[in-house]
Design a protein around this ligand. Structure first.
Ligand code: ZN
Ligand code: ZN
Length: 398
């Protein structure tokens, strides 16, 4: 393929202001000038996008590419031009999940209490070529249409503690055909490690509480259908904008917009929007161009309450962290406790319905999340691809 790079743009339909995203393809050597003749998805009217390499450049959403004009051959069309173009690289929503095996661990050996996390990541490193081979073999099948339509790719790796006790580490990544980097693989669980009830329990620094929460969110993103973050405050009032934004994104990076819901005070949301507007880009404009943070935009209001509740749940299994810690870093001490429950109903009755927040509902279930399909590769079965539904996670992964 000819070396090229893409530039990402958004603009508005000149007829109806519908948001259009398009990518301009740039070659290192020769480039053509011209336009894409487009048809708006919203109003069905025609407009043009003047761009480099109009043949290779393409529309991502908002309109259809009808044809293109190369200005070396033909003159420009009379169609009105796309308006309000902005160039953007990446989105605030595309933050990478972090699992720092050097920070305070949640997965400890049941016998000797040592952390198993570095051993697990070391194993991931060593087994990576086998993992990639299994992933690629499966992708060949998936592309032909014989796959399971998986949401996630899950890998079970055999690991051994320094005391010789054996465990199975569960790594996962979102399943797609986009290729892979080792940092895309997250640690979702170490099966039969020390119960989290006894690991996440006690009084410790805000920093440690945050590390435990961030790792548990990585776990919940794999194991459960939904995640809730309920906290009145994010950061504290003396935090600089930069630190406030970092604090927010250290949690936002750990949750997905499909699963997680944020419930916090309106003042906390307004503060981070202002910090983003003052330091990154005007938040209203980001919102207008669909580049704002989904979790922030869809957050619901926490009424007068100081509850700090973080939970992951499916219909028949729930885990919760609660205590005194807001989303904030620091040396001062907070109390933190982990518990699990057999049903969502129990979690809801004990912790959630009293808050009366919008979006907290007992009728969250039943739904079809349990039937969500994934592909699992077990080292003990030579990484042979198998299907696993979310509703079977409890037997196999928990
Ligand atoms: Zn339009
Ligand atoms: Zn051990």
């Amino acid at each position: 393929m000819i070396p090229h790079k893409k530039k990402h743009y958004k603009g508005k339909c000149p007829h109806c202001q519908n948001i259009i995203e398009f990518h301009s393809v740039h070659f290192n050597l020769d480039s053509d000038n011209g336009e894409i003749i487009s048809n708006c998805d919203s109003c069905n009217e025609k407009f043009k996008i003047v761009t480099i390499n109009p043949d290779e450049s393409y529309i991502v959403y908002g309109a259809r590419k009808e044809s293109y004009v190369d200005y070396d051959i033909h003159s420009a069309s009379k169609f009105p031009e796309i308006q309000g173009i902005i160039n953007f690289e990446g989105s605030l929503n595309d933050q990478k999940m972090i699992f720092d095996s050097k920070a305070k661990p949640i997965y400890l050996c049941n016998d000797c209490d040592k952390s198993l996390e570095e051993i697990a990541f070391h194993k991931l490193d060593n087994a990576f070529s086998e993992i990639i081979m299994a992933y690629s073999d499966y992708t060949t099948i998936d592309i032909k249409g014989y796959g399971f339509n998986p949401q996630k790719a899950i890998f079970l790796l055999n690991i051994k503690c320094t005391c010789n006790k054996e465990y199975s580490a569960v790594f996962y990544k979102k399943y797609d055909h986009k290729g892979y980097d080792i940092s895309d693989f997250n640690l979702g669980n170490i099966i039969n490690s020390k119960p989290l009830e006894s690991v996440i329990d006690g009084t410790m620094s805000k920093d440690d509480c945050m590390e435990l929460l961030k790792k548990t969110l990585v776990r919940w993103e794999l194991l459960f259908d939904k995640v809730l973050i309920i906290t009145p405050f994010v950061g504290h009032q003396y935090l600089s904008d930069e630190k406030l934004i970092d604090t927010w994104f250290s949690i936002l990076s750990q949750i997905s917009k499909d699963k997680a819901k944020l419930i916090t005070r309106t003042a906390s949301l307004n503060k981070v929007k202002k910090a983003i507007s003052d330091n990154i880009h005007d938040y209203n404009e980001l919102e207008e161009y669909h580049l704002s943070v989904t979790q922030i935009d869809e957050a619901t209001k926490l009424q007068a309450s100081h509850a700090k509740i973080y939970c992951g749940f499916s219909h028949k299994h729930c885990e919760i962290i609660h205590g005194s810690a807001n989303i904030v870093y620091g040396p001062s001490k907070e109390q933190i406790t982990f518990k699990s429950y057999g049903t969502y109903e129990e979690l809801y009755n004990k912790f959630l319905h009293q808050l009366g927040a919008k979006g907290l509902d007992l009728n969250e279930y039943p739904n079809n999340c349990g039937k969500t399909s994934n592909v699992i590769f077990d080292e003990s079965m030579n990484f042979k691809a198998k299907q696993i539904l979310n509703e079977d996670f409890e037997k196999l992964l928990l």
